[in-house]
Design a protein around this ligand. Structure first.
Ligand SMILES: [Zn+2]
Length: 257
């Protein structure tokens, strides 16, 4: 079995163990935060970085660059999920995720895991066959699929080409007029846009607990900050102090997921 096949198997086993249906799309942010208890921060980072993974004691933090499109953020989240789940000795990793065929083995594995986790072969086949039914694939079908699975247009094209549903010419042709067409078809353009204008977002059981205790007057500001430090990500949070306001507001709406 080569790495690619190994990662496909691992992704399917992981989906299965989490009770994710064969054809179901994954709500990756919800999985990370609510099911796995990982702290998640979506914040503006350098353009070169897609995301990073940090682990301290029993606490893990995934940071995702909000300057990337929401679709790409979902891929980054699934990529970092691999580091969390299968790179257990890793204390931190910064992931540029520039290319799919990464030369670093762990990055390549994380990409392969992520694509199979978000877009399993059988799921793409099932959803596509119900829609296309022997006719030629059109741009509208690609848009339908990426909206269904909530991935970037680029990743959807890569996957369809890899699975043999589209050829090189279609791959190039379908790269154009995507957002305009998606809007004409009645979809939201959210998937294709960065989320940096929404401010910093933090999802963490520690932050929620600390905020509730602080607000109810049961702990001091100092104790509140101490709890954040125990969460293992205080330096990241406090290195961006001008955005702390936004963090606390965001927590108020934490159940938008
Ligand atoms: Zn990585």
């Amino acid at each position: 079995m080569n790495i690619k096949q190994e990662m496909e198997l691992l992704a399917l086993q992981t989906r299965n163990s989490l009770g994710i249906g064969l054809f179901e799309k994954v709500n990756i942010f919800e999985l990370l935060t609510k099911v796995e208890g990982i702290s998640l921060m979506i914040v503006e980072m350098s353009d070169k970085i897609s995301g990073m993974y940090l682990s301290r004691k029993d606490e893990s933090l995934i940071v995702i660059n909000s300057k990337k499109t929401l679709g790409h953020q979902h891929f980054t989240a699934a990529h970092e999920y691999y580091h969390f789940k299968f790179d257990r000795n890793l204390s931190h990793r910064i992931c540029p995720i520039k290319k799919f065929e990464d030369e670093y083995e762990e990055e390549y594995k994380a990409n392969q895991f992520a694509v199979n986790f978000l877009l399993p072969k059988q799921a793409v086949e099932f959803i596509l066959s119900r829609r296309v039914n022997n006719r030629k694939i059109e741009l509208d079908d690609v848009i339908f699929l990426e909206q269904y699975f909530e991935v970037s247009h680029q990743l959807m094209l890569i996957r369809l080409k890899e699975l043999g549903y589209i050829n090189k010419n279609q791959y190039e042709e379908f790269k154009k007029n995507v957002v305009k067409r998606a809007c004409e078809l009645g979809y939201s353009a959210k998937l294709y846009k960065p989320t940096s204008d929404e401010g910093i977002k933090v999802y963490s059981k520690y932050l929620e607990l600390a905020t509730r205790l602080y607000e109810s007057g049961r702990i001091s500001r100092g104790k509140y900050e101490e709890l954040l430090i125990e969460g293992g990500y205080a330096d990241v949070v406090f290195n961006a102090p001008e955005e702390i306001e936004g963090v606390e507001n965001e927590i108020e709406d934490a159940d938008i997921f």
